[in-house]
Design a protein around this ligand. Structure first.
Ligand code: WQD
Length: 342
């Protein structure tokens, strides 16, 4: 069975492709390489011993996308392809709407025309904004997203719910909390292109001496140590949730189906706790300084992931320190690779 994975050479996408291949699926990747590098494809093959089909183009090219559907017997799609930098999305909103939503609609038009179902959408806990109560479950009301990035996630979910309702198809909306970590092989991870926006890749680069200091954006929040709290979920656990969500759609009968899952550990960790855990796990120091708050940041978010456990038989139980050990191993791999390719 062939599954289309858009953005399949990206951070979460590549880890999910590995889990799909390891579970016997055939994979067709479309990735424009705008936020990754081609060596990731070779590493996927090294890890799994299997080679996915790969097409390097922009999903806004409906003509090229149509050729992929004509060449492969695609029975489902996991859609990762999207721009995802919150701050950048405020500067170039039209690029975010065009890229994230036009790509999605192009794929759905092909699904509609060919009677296809089983579509998984990469959504985010950002759709909840600052929730009033913790932990956050799937019935927690959404709040209008502040960032254009968050708006594209909320709009994407609406588009998929209309697609499922109007054309009687099956979709699954996966709301990630904060993905972290790298593959245990040391050959896949979050590729830092430019200055990292997210906490853990910045911590990694600071420990490696690439960045002088970690800026901690505010320690005056209403949390135990004053720094914001998030639910940091190990990326391999997250990848496994995608396979479980896809299998659930494949196993269910025809007709409209909209699954929605919060994917987190159910545990909150503060920024300072992540820094301390990284230092302890890897025996390194992470110099930091406390700075002003970052615009748009919320105080606290962590998941109630009981529904995914109940309906998918899935749970993320990788400890924070173990996930952070894989990050340091990945940094060492990047350094070694850089030396070898100089
Ligand atoms: C986490 C905490 C920062 C960097 C966003 C998206 C989410 C998902 C992950 C895309 C915050 C603090 C960070 C730094 C810091 N999407 N921080 N110094 O903002 O929770 O979530 O990224 O991948 O949809 O909303 O993640 O890692 O940017 O920040 O102090 O250099 O770390 O203030 O409290 P965030 P993050």
């Amino acid at each position: 069975m062939e599954i289309l994975v858009t953005g399949g050479l990206g951070y979460i996408g590549s880890h999910t492709v590995v889990e799909l291949l390891n579970n016997g699926f055939d994979v067709v990747i479309v990735d424009d390489l705008s936020n990754t590098e081609r060596f990731v494809l070779n590493n996927i093959e090294e890890i799994t011993g299997r080679k996915p089909a790969f097409y390097p183009f922009d999903l806004k090219r409906r003509d090229l996308l149509r050729q992929v559907f004509e060449a492969h017997n695609i029975q489902g799609c996991i859609n990762f392809a999207a721009y995802k930098a919150v701050g950048e999305s405020q500067v170039i909103p039209l690029d975010y709407y065009e890229n994230n939503l036009f790509s999605l609609i192009n794929i759905l038009q092909e699904f509609r025309e060919r009677g296809l179902s089983n579509f998984i959408f990469s959504s985010s806990c950002t759709v909840y904004g600052q929730a009033d109560h913790m932990p956050i479950d799937e019935n927690t009301p959404q709040k209008p997203a502040e960032s254009t990035y968050g708006k594209t996630k909320q709009m994407g979910e609406e588009i998929l719910q209309d697609f499922a309702r109007a054309y009687h198809r099956k979709v699954s909306l996966l709301r990630y909390f904060n993905p972290i970590g790298a593959h245990p092989s040391g050959k896949l991870g979050e590729l830092p292109i430019g200055v990292p926006n997210n906490l853990v890749p910045y911590v990694m680069q600071t420990a490696a001496g690439i960045r002088e200091k970690l800026n901690i954006w505010g320690n005056d929040y209403d949390t135990p140590d004053g720094t914001p709290v998030r639910d940091y979920i190990y990326v391999v656990d997250l990848a496994k949730a995608h396979v479980a969500a896809l299998q659930k759609l494949l196993d269910s009968g025809e007709g409209t189906q909209v699954d929605i899952y919060n994917l987190g550990t159910g545990k909150g960790s503060s920024v300072l706790e992540v820094v301390q855990a990284f230092e302890k796990a890897n025996g390194v120091k992470v110099p930091y300084q406390i700075c002003e708050r970052r615009a748009g940041d919320i105080t606290i978010a962590y998941a109630n992931a009981d529904k995914a456990e109940r309906e998918l038989g899935w749970k993320s139980d990788t400890p924070l320190e173990e996930a952070l050990r894989t990050v340091w191993q990945w940094q060492k791999y990047l350094e070694k690779r850089k030396k070898e390719t100089v």
